[in-house]
Ligand binder design. Structure first.
Ligand SMILES: C[S@@+](CC[C@H](N)C(=O)[O-])C[C@H]1O[C@@H](n2cnc3c(N)ncnc32)[C@H](O)[C@@H]1O
Length: 318
C-alpha cells in the first residue's frame, strides 16, 4: 500500500451549495476568524486556527488530515483503514473521486423519500485536491453524507416548495432529540401556514392542524377535515386560546425579535413541548440574537439545506 497521512491542525468547513458567501460572512462577523489564512478547496474552507462549528457549514471536518496516495486503490485503503463509512465532496478530479467512492463500502448517496431516519453511525468526509492528494476527516459534525439531506421532490401535490423545509427540520428534530414525528392523533398549531406546504406534510403524517394565516390555504387543504383554518394575526392568538399542542410551527416572515418573544410565550405557557420555527434574517444577521434562540434549553438552531437566508429553531423537551 502506498499512501502517507499527515495530520492537520484546525478544521475544514463545507459550505452549503451556492451559500459559501453566507459561511464566509458568519466566519467574519460571528467568529472574527482569520480568513487571510484560509485555504479554499471549492466550497470547503480549511482554517488551521479554527475549531468552532458555524451554522452555515453543512458539515465540518473536525480532525482533518492530508493523504498522499499513488493509486485509486491506495486512496480507498487509506480511508477504509480508519473507518467504514465515507462520503465525498468533490470540486475537482471528479472521475477519480467516483472511482475511489466505488472502492469504499457502500453509503447511500441518493436522494431520499420523506420520512427518513437519519443514521447515527459516523460518516467521514474526503475531498480530492489533486490526482494524488486528498483532505479528509473521519470525525465530522453531521451524520449525513457531506452534510446533505436531499429529498425526491413532489412537483404536483404540495401547494408550495416550503414543504421541503419541514421535511428536513422534522428529520433533524427526530435525529437530535430522538423524538417521534407528528402523526395520527397529534395536534399541531401552525402560524403563517399559507399556501400550505407545511400543513400538507403534517396532515399526510396523520396529524390535525390548526392553521393560522391572513390568507387562506390551498383549496385541497381548506376542504381537508384534518385542517382547521383561521384567518388571523397568528401572534395575537394566545396559547390559552389555542390550547395544548403536541407541536407548534411558525414560518411567518417577521422580525426575529418578535419570533423570539412569541416562542418564549408558548414555552412559558407550558402548552407545548415541541416547536419548529423559521428565523427569517433581515439583512445582516444579529448573532447576539441568534445566541438567545440557541440558549433556550432543549433547543437547536440550524441552517437547513432548504433554508434561504434563514435559520431554523428546533425545540423538543424530553
Ligand atoms: C413563507 S410563507 C409560509 C409558507 C408556508 N409555510 C408553506 O409551507 O406554504 C409566510 C406566511 O406568513 C404569513 N404571515 C405573515 N405575518 C403573519 C402573521 N402575523 N400572522 C399570520 N400569518 C402571517 C404570510 O401571509 C405568509 O403566508
Amino acid at each position: 500500500m502506498a499512501f502517507q497521512i499527515q495530520n492537520l491542525e484546525g478544521s475544514a468547513l463545507l459550505a452549503f451549495p451556492e451559500k459559501k458567501s453566507m459561511l464566509l460572512s458568519e466566519l467574519t462577523r460571528r467568529f472574527s476568524a482569520p480568513l487571510k489564512d484560509a485555504v479554499h478547496y471549492g466550497d470547503l474552507i480549511y482554517l488551521k486556527d479554527f475549531n468552532e462549528v458555524p451554522y452555515f457549514a453543512r458539515t465540518v471536518m473536525k480532525k482533518p488530515f492530508l493523504v498522499k496516495f499513488d493509486s485509486i486503490g491506495d486512496a480507498a485503503a487509506a480511508l477504509k483503514n480508519i473507518q467504514r463509512s465515507w462520503a465525498p465532496y468533490q470540486y475537482t478530479c471528479f472521475r477519480r473521486g467516483q472511482l475511489i467512492q466505488e472502492k469504499l463500502p457502500y453509503v447511500n448517496l441518493k436522494n431520499r423519500n420523506f420520512p427518513v431516519k437519519i443514521p447515527s453511525s459516523p460518516i467521514g468526509l474526503y475531498t480530492l485536491i489533486d490526482e494524488h492528494t486528498m483532505i479528509a476527516s473521519a470525525e465530522t459534525t453531521s451524520p449525513l453524507p457531506a452534510g446533505s439531506l436531499i429529498f425526491n421532490e413532489d412537483h404536483e401535490n404540495p401547494p408550495s416548495r416550503a414543504y421541503l423545509k419541514i421535511q428536513e427540520s422534522l428529520s433533524l428534530a427526530s435525529y437530535f432529540f430522538n423524538t417521534e414525528l407528528p402523526g395520527e392523533g397529534s395536534r399541531c398549531f401552525e402560524a403563517g401556514a399559507c399556501p400550505g406546504g407545511w400543513t400538507y406534510v403534517l396532515v399526510n403524517l396523520g396529524s390535525e392542524v390548526y392553521a393560522v394565516d391572513r390568507a387562506p390555504l390551498a383549496d385541497s387543504l381548506m376542504n381537508n377535515p384534518k385542517v382547521k383554518f383561521e384567518a388571523h394575526d397568528a401572534f395575537t392568538l394566545l396559547p390559552e386560546q389555542i390550547g395544548e399542542c403536541d407541536w407548534v410551527f411558525s414560518d411567518v416572515i417577521c422580525y426575529p425579535e418578535r419570533l423570539l418573544s412569541w416562542i418564549k410565550l408558548w414555552l412559558e405557557s407550558g402548552r407545548t413541548k415541541k416547536m419548529i420555527c423559521t428565523i427569517k434574517m433581515q439583512g445582516e444577521i444579529d448573532w447576539d440574537l441568534v445566541k438567545e434562540f440557541a440558549s433556550i434549553p432543549s433547543s437547536r438552531v440550524v441552517h437547513l439545506g432548504y433554508n434561504k437566508h434563514e435559520l431554523t429553531f428546533i425545540h423538543v423537551e424530553p
